[in-house]
Design a protein around this ligand. Structure first.
Ligand SMILES: *Cc1c(COP(=O)(O)O)cnc(C)c1O
Length: 420
């Protein structure tokens, strides 16, 4: 569908002193809802603010039910949810854990904290998710687990991941920090793997400022999750019995109260995001050189659209590079981001590489993160990928039109912008 743009796309770019295409804000996130004050007030009145508060149990039960598993354990955040899942799994120092290089650092910090070794499998250019066809190449005798990351709310092909894991006797920990309610072939993210981890940090599709959860179908893992986040205690055990290694990573009642009420809104909000993402994708047919990525892929029966991922072709923009494009978009009032740096290039990973008990292990196995190369992740990260946060997808159709017009305005002015 070719679309007729308004004359705004032919005006001087805002970066060069012209009028911004958009001077009103897009819808923002999180959304404060009146019932939240009521829920917080109830917690306040109850004086049950922490461990043992009924609202925490209720949230855990409702979350487990929503995901379609028997158990969910809440915890402080999505990073520590992965720590909890790794501990419950029994991942030890020196074990290798396979994951994507195109993700938030919180996916791998827990691996490194435990002294385990992250191994990176490149992403697919079709959806920026781990390339499931290349996972097996990375498996060796040290491999213990795979962490597929459902980036942007788009589930990884979990049938493939689970089949590989079963064949090689590996644990699957789904990083669902961006995928609340997402489904692969009718089953929810977080219900496919041995465990699934969630974040309820401010920017996520459900938010209590900070917060996390771990889901599982396995009663043994449920015990492990409970212990790992609750000072090593047994479910139903005595208060001063610390039978396992575990620390205090518990969620508070305040957070649980905010999250409990949001479960009911999630589906409708994801649907609204989907509708707008599909519409935006259709508008981009008229903007040469920018495509939305994996908006409606096969196998995905529910997309959580935490981000809209885009693919950018500089050659269609007179060679204007991706970073300049993003800068020009932001000047127009379109809040795009350049996306992730491949995480093996972060200082966090080079520091880890030099820890006294890690360095010899990496040397022995020939792992050098400074030389690590996932060519697709490098390309997407360096010059072809960018994104927009899901908050804007809760806005109107005309918001989507403004985004497409913003891109088109930059395209028409690309040579001016390039030679500024
Ligand atoms: C947000 C996020 C995390 C970490 O969650 P926090 O609650 O911020 O600790 C982990 N993985 C991914 C993919 C994320 O987006």
């Amino acid at each position: 569908m070719k679309r007729h743009f308004t004359s705004a796309v032919d005006q001087k770019p805002a970066l060069l002193g012209g009028p911004a295409l958009r001077d009103t804000p897009f819808s923002t996130w999180p959304i404060p809802k009146p019932w939240m004050m009521e829920s917080l007030k109830k917690v306040w009145e109850s004086t049950e603010w922490g461990v043992g508060a009924p609202v925490i149990d209720e949230f855990e039960q409702c979350w487990a039910e929503y995901i379609g598993v028997p158990y969910a354990g809440s915890c402080v955040n999505g990073t520590e949810a992965i720590t909890v899942a790794l501990r419950a799994t029994g991942v030890q120092q020196g074990d290798e854990v396979i994951t994507s290089p195109y993700t938030f650092i919180g996916t791998i910090t827990p691996i490194m904290t435990l002294g385990a070794i992250p191994r990176f499998v490149d992403i697919s250019p079709d959806n920026y998710l781990i390339d499931t066809g290349r996972i097996e190449e990375a498996i060796n005798e040290h491999t213990r687990a795979i962490i597929p990351v459902h980036l942007a709310g788009c589930p990884v092909d979990m049938e493939k991941v689970c089949a590989i894991a079963e064949k090689h006797n590996l644990a699957v920990i789904e990083d669902c920090a961006q995928a609340h309610g997402a489904e692969w072939k009718g089953r929810k993210a977080g219900a496919w793997g041995h465990t699934g981890t969630f974040s309820f940090q401010t920017s996520k599709n459900m938010s209590s400022g900070e917060g996390g959860a771990v889901t599982t179908r396995d009663p043994g893992l449920a015990d492990g999750i409970f212990a790992a986040k609750n000072c090593g205690r047994l479910r139903g055990g005595v208060w001063y019995g610390h039978e396992h290694f575990g620390t205090n990573l518990r969620l508070s009642a305040w957070q649980a109260a905010l999250l409990l009420g949001q479960i009911g809104d999630l589906e409708a909000e994801n649907n609204k995001r989907h509708e707008n993402a599909i519409y935006l994708d259709s508008l981009l047919d008229s903007v040469e050189g920018v495509d939305a990525v994996a908006v409606n892929p096969e196998g995905v029966t529910h997309h959580a659209h935490h981000l809209v991922l885009f693919h950018y072709q500089a050659e269609k923009f007179d060679g204007l590079d991706r970073n300049e494009f993003c800068k020009a978009c932001r000047a127009e009032g379109i809040p795009v981001g350049e996306g992730y740096v491949p995480i093996y290039r972060q200082g966090s990973v080079s520091e880890f590489s030099n820890w006294t008990y890690i360095k010899p292990v990496l040397e022995q196995r020939g792992i050098d993160y400074s030389k690590e190369m996932c060519p697709v992740a490098e390309r997407i990260s360096g010059s072809e990928g960018f994104w927009i946060h899901m908050g804007v997808l809760l806005g109107s159709k005309s918001d989507m039109e403004a985004i497409a017009e913003g891109f088109e305005k930059i395209r028409r002015n690309a040579s001016l912008l390039k030679n500024q």
